[in-house]
Ligand binder design. Sequence first.
Ligand code: FAD
Length: 388
Amino acid sequence: MQQSDIIVVGGGMVGAASALSLAQLGLKVTVLERNEPKAFSMEQPFDLRVSAISTASENLLRDLGAWQQIMDWRLCPYRRLGVWESELAYAEFDADSIRLPHLGHIVENRLIQLALWQQIKHHDNVEIVLGQEISNFNQDGEGVTLTTSSKTFSAKVILAADGANSMIRTLAGIGCTGWNYSQSAMLINVETQRPQQDITWQQFFPSGPVAMLPMPGNSASLVWYNSREKIKQLAQMNSDELTDEIHKTFPKRLGGVKVIDKAYFPLTRQHANQYQKGRVLLLGDAAHTINPLAGQGVNIGFKDVKMLSTIIASAIGEGKCWHDFSILAQYEKTRRPDNLLMMSAMDGLYATFSNNSALLKVVRNIGLFAAHRAPLVKSKVLKYACGL
Ligand SMILES: Cc1cc2nc3c(=O)[nH]c(=O)nc-3n(C[C@H](O)[C@H](O)[C@H](O)COP(=O)(O)OP(=O)(O)OC[C@H]3O[C@@H](n4cnc5c(N)ncnc54)[C@H](O)[C@@H]3O)c2cc1C
């Protein structure tokens, strides 16, 4: 039997960050992960899966020793964020207004995971075990035992960071509430004629927004939200046809582009009914999947990581039993309301902008027009989006 303090199931961005942050507290951690991420080399084209990483997430990754490696590989900072529906009601948010050098960075998900794995591999307290299919786990007052087809693992606590379809969540009997949005999102990597910009922008249409995330060099990641049928239709086009559709639909400020790669995802919202059941804790997408409209998914996952390690660190510091149920319960108590607020804010935004009513269109454009001219409101919204 392999024994540790904590088993983390899922070595994605959130699982790897939680394993490392708890190992830094002196706990022994075992990470079970299905797939090893492909090693990075500079010649590789950009991955389609990228995230807008907030300042708070950057700080966490820096504390974990992974940020410098990501900067040495590749990322793209942005200083401004533009949002509009009608060009007359354009709202722009700027890093200067909250005295920050930038609002965030666009980073490929795999590079975040790889940089964390690199740190894990140098850490004596963490071991990554690959390719074990979990069959079950049991828990009692003392700890948890997790079995796979060939091994048994035991620990005080299991962290489920195994994504939206979390097997641990199901085995623990934790239900979810949620729904599928009627839309899908297509991610498109493009080469741009215009040089790289320091802005990420989003234009809203009743059929769904279109967004541009800048990437290093003359590249960008476009996000196109629309009905499932329309996105399916776009996915069947060849690169030239899709390039034409982008030029017809995206705002002129994008300039000329050439499609390099594309993929699409259904949009779902899902929230676990509990984040803790005995010795099982859910983090990241295993606990919540959110509309990606404002690029907050992994950022709130990283906030879960930060909060859990803060709670456990202070229990250890005060000489308390860090895996006592009353300590573990503090995690759900702090994170659930915060995540719910972010999920509801995204849903409010989504519902407001996907409505075709002429009256609502006037109201939301007045809202954006006013927001552009209200520095206090803007800086509050910005700080919230940056996780500060
Ligand atoms: C279109 C789109 C755009 C997005 N854009 C952004 C953005 O700009 N900013 C942002 O913050 N977020 C964004 N997100 C959300 C973000 O991608 C997710 O929140 C994030 O990937 C969740 O990370 P995670 O580590 O919790 O889960 P995952 O990334 O799903 O990782 C789960 C890991 O667990 C492993 N695993 C699963 N089951 C098992 C098992 N049984 N045994 C062992 N291992 C297992 C998997 O292999 C995987 O490595 C976007 C999402 C979508 C769909």
